[in-house]
Design a protein around this ligand. Structure first.
Ligand SMILES: *Cc1c(COP(=O)(O)O)cnc(C)c1O
Length: 383
């Protein structure tokens, strides 16, 4: 397997770092590092036709993924997720081109598998010995499972009121689980404080450069499933924002190698009214988001009071001419019944939040009946 990974580059100050040893954030400005590939060489050598004979998993895009040696890939069946035409719900709402990208089909029950499959594979490649993660839930489950398969110890820090599905699955997969009094940001502080002494590598999203490379594959799949024509609108439930940032990166890389044109979907970021730092920053036209006080929502994946990639999320929304909107927990609970009864898709609360956003977005004219719209159901139903 030939690889095209060249180096890591700071997303803010553009400082360059080598990819052959573990890296976290930029040493100069503390911002996320992005993987850079030899796009010039790929432009001439890699064509979409090559995908026709490849397995239906996100590893089919390995030319634009950061694993250098195939032997290091840790895989438990990362299937391409279906893009479902929501005809019944679409006709109820007069949105004939409403589609759902159903991420609940991935291993570990959520799209966090994409990022953690990549991060753990890269950790294996670099010989990293101990992985630590602050999580709101699903990232912990995904790390526990992938780390177990790679034979790398995992140290999990999450709020004590994280959904029991996540706590139990981490324990079942043999991770060291610590439940804390506080939120994911507090868990992050504990990992940051202890990692040096304990010898842990911090796998916090966007403080580790490869989870976003895994999430990027949502953008590749979407583009391929729509025959390399991007939709008009992407509606995405936003916590740390890795999915939005990753898809934006994916589309830029695909354009650079000549597979898609200049058109980009309008990115609509959905948060919960009890934790909406990105929505607030968007409405106040700020470049970064202030930490959200007393964050609370039943959508645990959206309970992220502060994101290191805030400036990248806001920049993507701005550049894509999108917007950000908050929906209440009540609206999420009601919306949770919508996809099961219309399309037969059992949604997580975060996925339901995107459904809840449809009506207000239609009413205020942000989305139109002629738009092709893709909602992300980012995880499966959990009791
Ligand atoms: C983590 C998570 C999100 C938020 O994803 P980001 O890419 O970090 O914004 C949304 N939904 C679910 C189910 C999650 O687990």
């Amino acid at each position: 397997m030939k690889h095209y990974l060249q180096h890591l580059e700071c997303s803010k100050c553009k400082e360059i770092y080598p990819h052959d040893k573990p890296q976290n954030v930029c040493h100069s400005c503390g911002k996320p590092l992005f993987a850079c590939y030899n796009l010039d060489e790929l432009t001439n050598t890699w064509k979409p036709d090559s995908l026709l004979t490849r397995e239906p998993s996100f590893w089919r895009y390995h030319e634009l993924l950061p694993i250098c040696n195939k032997a290091n890939i840790v895989s438990i069946g990362e299937t391409m997720t279906p893009l479902i035409h929501a005809k019944r719900l679409g006709s109820q709402l007069s949105l004939p081109e409403l589609w759902i990208k159903d991420e609940s089909r991935l291993p570990t029950g959520s799209f966090k598998a994409r990022g953690l499959a990549m991060a753990v594979s890269k950790a294996k490649e670099l010989g990293t010995k101990n992985l630590a993660i602050p999580s709101a839930g699903n990232a912990a489950t995904a790390l526990s499972v992938y780390a177990a398969c790679a034979g790398i110890p995992a140290h999990i820090f999450m709020p004590k009121d994280t959904p029991s599905f996540n706590i139990k699955t981490c324990q079942l997969a043999g991770a060291n689980v610590t439940l804390i009094d506080g939120l994911i940001t507090d868990a992050g502080k504990i990992v940051a404080k202890r990692k040096e002494v304990e010898g842990w590598f911090d796998v916090s999203t966007l403080k580790e450069p490869y989870r976003v490379e895994g999430k990027k594959t949502m953008g590749f799949e979407l583009a391929e499933q729509l025959s390399w024509k991007l939709p008009d609108v992407i509606i995405y439930p936003t916590g740390g924002g890795t999915g939005i940032v990753g898809m934006w990166k994916a589309f830029n890389e695909l354009e650079a190698i000549g597979w898609i044109g200049k058109k980009r979907p309008r990115f609509i970021s959905v948060q919960a009214t009890g934790c909406a730092p990105i929505v607030k920053a968007w409405e106040e036209d700020n470049q970064t988001a202030e930490p959200w006080e007393n964050a609370h929502t039943l959508a645990s994946g959206l309970r992220v009071p502060q994101a290191i990639g805030d400036f990248l999320i806001l920049e993507t929304i701005r550049k894509s001419k999108g917007t950000a909107i908050a929906v209440s927990d009540d609206a999420i609970l009601k919306a949770r019944q919508v996809l099961p009864t219309t399309e037969g898709i059992l949604t997580c609360p975060e996925g339901a939040a995107t459904v809840a956003a449809l009506k207000p977005l239609l009413e205020n004219g942000t989305i139109k009946p002629s738009d092709q719209i893709v909602l992300f159901n980012t995880g499966g139903f959990q009791a």
